[in-house]
Design a protein around this ligand. Structure first.
Ligand code: NAD
Ligand code: LMR
Length: 342
C-alpha cells in the first residue's frame, strides 16, 4: 500500500507540474512514423510536454490507434491520428510548428546506416514533399537514417519547391550527446544529469566525434579508444542486443523529445538554448562538407547561431579529419540521389 501511495504521488506531481506550466504559445507538433518503435514513445513524451498544445500523429499503419491511446492521458494537449492518405498527411502537417520524422526502416545486425539508404531515401523524400507543401515554415527534425544523407535529401526537396530555409532543418544527433554523457558518467562515477559532452560531425560511425577534452576529461590509451568506440558505435550495441528486432527506440524517443523541447523553449522566448545538431553549416564548406553537427543556439526562427567546434586535442583533430572525409561522401550521395529522383 505504501509503495502504491508513493507511486501515485510521483505521478500526481508529474501531472500537476504538466498542468501548472502554461505554454506561452500554441504549438502544433507533428510526428510522421508515429506508430513505430520510436514514434510511439516519442509521441507519449510529447503528450507529457505542456509546451505542446496539439499533437498530430501520422503513419502508413496505425496512426489513429496510437492517437486514440495517447489521447486518454490527462494532459491538456489535443491528439489526433490521421489516415494514411495524401489528405491525411496534408491535414496532419497543416499548421505544424515542428515536424519530427522517425518514419523508415531500422537496422538489423550486420547493417550500416547507409544500408538503409535505398529504402529510407524515398520515404523521407515523399514526407518532405508533403511538408514543403503543407507547412513550409515548420522546423523539420529528421530522425530517419542515414541522417547524414536524409537531411540533404530533405533540403533538396525544399529547394526544388522554392521554400528551403536552412535555419529550420535539423538532423537529430541528440542521442550521440546523450550516450557520450551517459558513458563518461559510468567511467567517472559522476551524475549523468550533470554531464553534457559536445559531439560534433554527423550521425554514423566515424562521423560521430565526441570532444571529451572540452569537458575537462583526459582518458588515455585503451580507455580512451574504448570510450570513443562506444560513442561512435553505441547504435550497434543496441542493434546487436535486439538481435534483429530493430535499433534504439526508447533512448531515441527521449533524445527526440529533448530536442523538440529545446526548440519549443527557444520559440517561446527562452534565451541561450544550445543543442548540437546536424545543420546546413558554414564551418567546413570550404572542404566541401555542407552539413555538419556542432553546438547551435536555437531561437524563435530556428537556428540562431552555429558555433565552431572549439578547442580540440590533436587526437580529436585526427577524429575530425576522418569524419569530414566520410561525411562529404554521405552528403553528396543524398544530394545526388535527390536530384536524380525528384
Ligand atoms: P520502426 O520500423 O519501428 O518504425 C518506423 C515506422 O515508420 C513504422 O511505424 C512504419 O509504418 C512507419 N513508416 C514507414 N514508411 C512511412 C511513410 N512513408 N510515412 C509514414 N510512416 C511510415 O523503426 P524505428 O525503430 O522507429 O526507427 C525509425 C528510423 O529511425 C530508422 O530509420 C532508424 O534507423 C532511425 N533512428 C535514428 C536515430 C537517430 O539518432 N537519428 C536513432 C534511432 C533510430
Ligand atoms: C542509433 O544511433 O541508435 C540509431 O542511429 C539507430 C542505429 O541504426 O544505430
Amino acid at each position: 500500500f505504501a509503495a502504491r501511495q508513493a507511486t501515485q504521488s510521483v505521478f500526481g506531481a508529474v501531472q500537476r507540474r504538466a498542468f501548472s506550466q502554461t505554454a506561452a504559445n500554441a504549438s502544433k507538433v507533428a510526428v510522421l512514423g508515429a506508430a513505430g518503435g520510436i514514434g510511439q514513445p516519442l509521441s507519449l513524451l510529447l503528450k507529457l510536454n505542456p509546451r505542446v498544445s496539439e499533437l498530430a500523429l501520422y503513419d502508413i499503419k496505425g496512426g489513429p490507434g496510437v492517437a486514440a491511446d495517447i489521447s486518454h492521458i490527462n494532459t491538456k494537449s489535443t491528439v489526433k491520428g490521421y489516415e494514411a492518405t495524401p489528405e491525411g498527411v496534408r491535414e496532419c502537417l497543416k499548421g505544424a510548428e515542428i515536424v519530427l520524422i522517425p518514419a523508415g526502416v531500422p537496422r538489423k545486425p550486420g547493417m550500416t546506416r547507409d544500408d538503409l539508404f535505398n529504402t529510407n531515401a524515398s520515404i523521407v523524400r515523399d514526407l518532405a514533399k508533403a511538408a514543403a507543401d503543407a507547412c513550409p515554415d515548420a522546423n523539420m527534425l529528421i530522425i530517419s537514417n542515414p541522417v547524414n544523407s536524409t537531411v540533404p535529401i530533405t533540403a533538396e526537396v525544399f529547394k526544388s519547391k522554392g521554400v528551403y530555409n536552412p535555419k529550420k532543418l535539423f538532423g537529430v544527433t541528440t542521442l550521440d550527446v546523450v550516450r557520450a554523457s551517459r558513458f563518461i558518467s559510468q567511467l567517472k562515477s559522476t551524475d549523468p544529469a550533470n554531464e553534457n559532452i559536445t559531439v560534433v560531425g554527423g550521425h554514423s560511425g566515424a562521423t560521430i566525434v565526441p570532444l571529451l577534452s572540452q569537458s575537462g576529461y583526459e582518458l588515455q590509451g585503451a580507455q580512451l579508444d574504448e570510450y570513443i568506440k562506444r560513442v561512435q558505435f553505441g547504435g550497434d550495441e543496441v542493434v546487436q542486443a535486439k538481435g534483429g528486432a530493430g535499433s534504439a527506440t526508447l533512448s531515441m524517443a527521449m533524445a527526440g523529445a529533448r530536442f523538440a523541447e529545446s526548440l519549443l523553449k527557444a520559440a517561446q522566448g527562452q534565451k541561450s538554448v544550445v543543442e548540437p545538431t546536424f545543420v546546413d553549416s558554414p564551418l567546413y564548406k570550404d572542404q566541401g562538407v555542407t552539413y555538419f553537427a556542432s553546438p547551435v543556439t536555437l531561437g524563435p526562427n530556428g537556428v540562431e547561431e552555429i558555433h565552431p567546434v572549439g578547442k580540440m586535442t590533436e587526437f580529436e583533430q585526427g577524429l575530425l579529419e576522418v569524419c569530414l572525409k566520410d561525411l562529404k561522401g554521405n552528403i553528396e550521395k543524398g544530394e545526388k540521389w535527390a536530384k536524380e529522383n525528384p
